[in-house]
Design a protein around this ligand. Structure first.
Ligand code: SF4
Ligand code: SF4
Ligand code: SF4
Ligand code: FES
Length: 1002
């Protein structure tokens, strides 16, 4: 685990012991080795000394509000958290002067916090205030507790703030301002009674708070608590409020006589008893591809809280979905029995009956129409092991390459662009490498909402460390608002301005000639292909001024390292593969590969969309991207699997739908995907599903797609199984089982195994680790992956060699081509397939929302999320609203060439002109009724973003589709962290102890 913190551009903490011999410091009489630049508090903690430190958190850095870490340095008091070690330091952490200062500082903390640990839900062994009381052996407080003149704020659905318990440490403010960078929190240091403020004084519910939970996670006491903990964690905390208050009074009543010692001992006994019934299990988030990991605290089947701390990607960070979006796991609508169609309805069936039926029908259809009349789709929500088994079922048992996963809907073009140019279809580095870039360019990605925790790292680097940010998007999303330069090109024209900039850089001598010479092939041919892409052509085609384009080019040329991040705004176009290629070409021409702070980052959407492709759930590639076309590759798998593998070309998702319409495909086994909502042109997809002879859908809820099924099989969510996910960083991480599967459901890998065995296979997998071992033995890309190497928070970023060494930075010594050189890949421009005309006069863009994941099958089951964001809407610009007489709440009928939806308007300046934006969060009015069957020319990824609509205004006007409690209506209060200097200027502030020497301030 790394707990590295970056502040002021420098990394601190997480140093290896070998590098710590350069500075020596005497602490409590012993000489200790330290690295120059190391914080004293980190050294103290590393060598195991105990010094109080209420406001310090290694992932936040020094906040300096609590003064409890005062130590004596060369005879003078100083804060250990704010002190950088230097030679000739003699430190005492326990001298009378230091102890007195620490106790005085902590006394002030206790004047802001009522100690009632025995009946507190935060008394779980990790409460900083409790532990510091014990550490300092506090018996009595000299400054009495004083309640603050404020009410408890419970207006957020997920957490509450109790001002009376708040010790004003400012950790929450630092986390919100400078880690999450939502900039909601502050402390009113100038007020006689300071407290934490949301948006400068709003209720939490009506503030800009996005419920990411950073503040709650880092709070050192019970002032900020998850509501799911309250009355659930302790043995005595579930009693009525009146009884609870009486008990608190009793506890406080005995304190003057007995002292805190005995009260603490009692609370420790109670806390220890809790350990026997509270489980903490590490898992990996099931929503987006960032790959956050955390501990899930559970009591029986109740989720007490999500505790992020040691995740290699996220540390203390989560977004609303990872922190609070888990109600669906215990939702009463979970499928618990297999269902078999009878006419227009379904009846419950036993597992044996359902699996026998599946096997019998697969056999019959295969016998009658051949193996290629069956197809299989694995889920990007499922584990690597499950995708591996799904593709093995298709290929080795049924005998078809008709296997795919939903990366076809978003990621395949980015993968293609990278395969063409650099050889691997994965991010060039880690999120940490993005943090290290001097310029980040985001194209067609609403990163703050679609990859929230990754976005926090960019926002932080931009706010604190001088990173430059350019955003190209149709919408002025949060990242666009923060950007140094926001480009709004005409829809679907990114390829043009990217290529024009590349040509300009080459012509002006701003390309990285040395890099091109050493690392890159194909320059001359590529230059010829750039011929049409003049700045003037780009300006005219994209609607961007030449000066703006030149500015972008110069910012790229001048940056010491550029990372380009892109997502579905690029890939879901008819030239998604070519635009992804143009991005990589630009990075190659400017030398932005092979070192940290550079590279290509296609942001993977689902938690395991990267892994589904890695595991071979794709028609053309066996696990580890080995070509299914290659006889040598097939021979290896045939020998391991003891079967003859098909050599015919398999169908991708898009081709499967067409093949059903053509009568060639008769049966589909679909695992964990709401395909009738998320595939484009959903009416066309629904029509195809109703034509299937036999359709098996495996899911955890009865989804809209299940309505078309012949058999529905109840799978399990991630919290109920073991396995691995691979995040956008190519990071393979283990999820450990939190709950037993709810009665009647089964982990998806077991279902696939049992179907395969009924079809004649002899699969004996007893645990997913065995599946991973088999996959690793066949896929050199992950040769060294096994469960021991992934235990707990350990992770590996592929490629992983047999000895277990991995590659966080993908290219350091060579690109993934035989000669080790990258390839510039020429692309040309053909323009979007579907354009607006007089009838369909508005461009419709679509995408994700922060709160809901895709259509919302999981997140609408989270009460708090539904309260904040209850429905879908279409964003309309103020100018269009004025032109057409629309206001927020007006019902509209959007009509495209393929279908129509009824939806309420939300007027917002996030969009402009005749461009609309509709999020995907609806199964009743899905945006994909409007999208077409046009696709990317290379990968068949639907061109979701090329949609034109006609807008009819309906007579009804409803409420605004977003309630006032949605954070988009809030007003953040950006500031530079907690601003402790304002506290120090208060007339009632005096440094604890004697004289304080500010050796170093942050
Ligand atoms: S956005 Fe809200 S939940 Fe997140 S850190 Fe800020 S106040 Fe806390
Ligand atoms: S609410 Fe914020 S300031 Fe108050 S104790 Fe918790 S983290 Fe510290
Ligand atoms: S950013 Fe993605 S992985 Fe992280 S908590 Fe949010 S949804 Fe989960
Ligand atoms: S830990 Fe709070 S001032 Fe150092």
């Amino acid at each position: 685990m790394e707990t590295t913190t970056i502040r002021n551009g420098k990394r601190n903490g997480g140093a290896s012991l070998e590098s710590l011999s350069e500075v020596s410091v005497i602490i409590d009489g012993l000489s200790r080795a330290a690295r120059p630049g190391e914080r004293l508090v980190d050294l103290i903690n590393r060598v195991g000394l105990k010094v109080p430190q209420v406001c310090y958190h290694p992932q936040l850095g020094p906040i300096q509000t609590c003064d409890t870490c005062l130590v004596e340095i060369n005879g003078q008091l100083a804060r250990a958290c704010a002190t950088t070690i230097s030679d000739a330091m003699t430190v005492s952490t326990v001298s009378p002067k230091a102890r007195a200062a620490q106790q005085e500082a902590f006394d002030r903390i206790l004047s802001n916090h009522m100690l009632y640990c025995t009946v507190c839900d935060n008394n779980n062994g990790n409460c900083t205030v409790h532990n510091t009381t014990k550490l300092l052996a506090i018996e009595h407080q000299h400054i009495p507790f004083q309640p603050k003149p404020y009410e408890v704020d419970s207006t957020n659905p997920f957490y509450r703030y109790d001002p009376d318990q708040c010790v004003l440490c400012g950790r929450c403010v630092e986390a919100c301002q400078n880690v999450e960078v939502n900039e909601t929190l502050s402390i009113n240091w100038d007020d006689p009674h300071p407290r934490v403020l949301w948006d400068g004084g709003s209720t939490i519910g009506e503030s800009s708070c996005v419920s990411c939970g950073h503040c709650v996670t880092v709070c050192p006491c019970n002032a900020l608590m998850e509501k799911s903990m309250l009355a659930h964690a302790g043995f005595l905390t579930g009693i009525s409020k009146r009884a609870l208050n009486s008990m608190i009074d009793v506890v406080k009543g005995v304190e003057p006589e007995t002292g805190y010692g005995s009260i603490m001992r009692l609370s420790e006994v109670e806390s220890a008893m809790r350990q026997s019934r509270i489980r903490r299990t590490k898992t990996v988030c099931t929503y987006c591809g960032v790959g956050c990991s955390f501990n899930v605290w559970t009591k029986d089947r109740h989720i007490l809280k999500i505790e992020p701390s040691d995740g290699p990607t996220n540390g203390i960070s989560t977004c609303i979905k990872g922190k609070f979006g888990w109600d669906y796991v215990n939702d009463p609508d979970r499928l618990t029995k297999p269902l078999i169609r009878e006419g227009d309805t379904f009846r419950e069936a036993s597992w044996d009956e359902a699996l026998d039926l599946v096997a019998r029908r697969f056999n019959e259809i295969k016998a009658q129409h051949g193996p290629d009349s069956l197809a299989f789709i694995s889920s990007s929500k499922c584990t690597n092991e499950e995708s591996y088994l799904m593709q093995k079922l298709a290929r080795a048992v049924v005998g078809t390459n008709n296997i795919d996963n939903c990366s076809r809907y978003c990621q395949a073009p980015a993968t293609m662009g990278l395969f063409r140019t650099v050889g691997y279809g994965g991010d060039s580095g880690s999120i940490r490498d993005i943090e290290n870039a001097s310029l980040v360019l985001i194209i067609g990605s609403n990163t703050a909402e679609s990859h929230p925790v990754l976005a926090t790292r960019v926002k932080r680097a931009h706010k604190l460390h001088g990173q430059k940010l350019i955003v190209s998007d149709l919408r002025e999303n949060e990242m666009a608002r923060r950007a140094d330069l926001f480009l709004h090109p005409k829809p679907g024209t990114d390829l043009v301005w990217l290529s024009a900039i590349t040509r300009y850089l080459l012509e002006k001598g701003l390309a990285h000639e040395a890099f091109l010479g050493q690392w890159v092939n194909g320059l001359e041919e590529y230059k010829k292909a750039l011929g049409p892409f003049t700045m003037e052509f780009a300006s005219q085609t994209c609607g961007l001024p030449v000066e703006t384009l030149e500015k972008v080019a110069h910012m790229i040329a001048e940056a010491s390292g550029v990372c380009i991040l892109w997502a579905m705004g690029v890939t879901q176009q008819s030239q998604g593969s070519d635009t992804s290629t143009a991005i990589s070409n630009l990075l190659l021409v400017t030398g932005n590969y092979v070192r940290t702070g550079t590279g290509a980052y296609p942001l993977r959407g689902h938690n395991n969309v990267q892994g589904a492709g890695d595991s071979g759930a794709a028609p053309a590639t066996l696990p580890g991207y080995q070509s299914a076309d290659d006889p040598e590759v097939r021979a290896r798998f045939e020998s391991a699997w003891k079967v003859k593998l098909p050599s015919t070309k398999g169908l991708d998702n898009h081709e499967m739908v067409d093949a059903i319409h053509q009568g060639k495909l008769k049966s589909l086994y679909l695992e964990g995907e709401e395909m009738v909502i998320v595939d484009s042109n959903s009416n066309h997809v629904a029509a195809a599903f109703s034509m299937l002879d036999f359709f098996v859908v495996q899911d955890i809820f009865f989804s809209a797609t299940c309505r078309f099924a012949d058999v529905v099989l109840p799978g399990t969510p991630s919290l109920e199984k073991e396995g691995t996910f691979t995040s956008t960083e190519r990071r393979i991480q283990r999820l450990h089982q939190v709950f037993e599967p709810i009665l009647g459901s089964r982990p998806d890998w077991k279902i696939t195994r049992d179907i395969a065995n009924r079809l004649g296979a002899d699969w004996n997998y007893a645990h997913p680790s065995e599946i991973m071992s088999e996959m690793a033995s066949l896929a050199p890309l992950i040769a060294g992956v096994n469960y021991e190497r992934l235990e707990g928070y350990k992770s590996l970023q592929w490629p992983v060699a047999a000895d277990g060494s991995d590659q966080p930075l993908l290219y350091t010594k060579k690109f993934n081509f035989p000669d080790g050189k990258a390839r510039l890949f020429p692309v040309s421009w053909s323009g979007p397939t579907e354009k607006s005309n007089t009838e369909f006069d508005l461009h419709l863009n679509n995408g994700r929302l922060l709160e809901h994941f895709h259509e919302g099958n999981l997140t609408y089951r989270v009460k708090g999320i539904k309260e904040k964001t209850p429905d879908v809407f279409v964003e309309i610009s103020p100018e269009l609203a004025k032109e057409r007489g629309v206001q927020s709440g007006t019902w509209l009928l959007l009509i495209s060439r393929y279908g129509q939806v009824r939806v309420r308007a939300l007027v917002t300046d996030r969009v402009s002109g005749h461009e609309l934006y509709m999020p995907m969060n609806s199964t009743e009015s899905p945006v994909n009724r409007l999208t077409s069957s046009h696709t990317d020319q290379v990968t068949h990824t639907p061109a979701y973003k090329e949609t034109s609509v006609h807008m009819e205004i309906l007579p009804e006007i409803g409420e605004s589709p977003l309630p006032r409690v949605n954070p988009r209506f809030g007003h953040p209060t950006p500031q530079d962290g907690v601003e402790v200097e304002r506290k120090w200027k208060r007339p009632d502030y005096r440094l604890p102890g004697s004289q304080l020497v500010q050796i170093q301030q942050k």
